[in-house]
Design a protein around this ligand. Sequence first.
Ligand code: DON
Length: 304
Amino acid sequence: MRNPVQDYLEQIVEQCGAAGGEVAAYIPELAAADPDRFALCLATVDGQVYEVGQAEHRFSIQSISKPFTYALGLHDQGVETVARKVDVEPSGDAFNEISLAPGSGRPKNPMINAGAITATSLVAGDDEDDRFGRALDWFGAFAGRELEVDEGVYGSELATAHRNRAIAHMLREFEILEDDPEEVLRRYVRQCSIAVDTRDLALMAATLANGGRQPRTGRQLLEAHLVEHVLSVMTTCGMYDAAGDWVSAVGMPAKSGVSGGIIGVLPGQVGVAVFSPRLDAHGNSARGVALFERMSRDMEMHLM
Ligand code: DON
């Protein structure tokens, strides 16, 4: 028997076709992506997954890593230590803006690069490999399977990461970073290069929707009170300088990445993920935004 959720998702994918935009070109490996690939997945808090399109096609997670690294920083260091290093104010700027508070150097929020590099520095561990290994295991635990780094994307991004390198060194100058900025930069770029598929992202989002418990494995990964902190910054800062439009039109915590993914979290209900590499002027997946707007309207997902 046909499932009405599946039927609905197939119908809106048909109706919200190509939405224009360009594939990200500043990382050479990303410029080679097929612009017309597409997937939509929805994972419920009881572990049911619905998918349309190429749900098992893998791509680098990019900035969708940021809420999960921030979560690990909170889990390792606690709210107060993290808050001393990175604020939770929307910046209204692009993701790669060199926006550090005058005087203190404290980044505006953990969703822009400056704040995400800071959050990366807060992951605990004995050395670079141990810290990165913990992050990789953490992401894998949210997805419910072991994940790997796309080494091609990693090498390509690290070789061209001049702006992020500058940000990391500025953060070190302000003593926001206490470690070697090159080590933190490598881990930041590596975690952006973790390969995921749309189904993984939906389950990662569903774990946040489920109060930090992975719906399929049943493991409590993130303390429920910390989930609130992560969802709050996703709501106010997850879509960068489009955050206001997003909250008006979609109204749920979300995060986008330049490879074309977007996740959205409806607490207590579902995690949603879309993959479509053509980006709008804010660097968010154009078809992804269109689909989220449509789902929010039709399914009354708007939380405000
Ligand atoms: O820092 C960067 O440039 C990338 N690794 C991540 C950027 C990203 O995904 C921005 N999101 N839309």
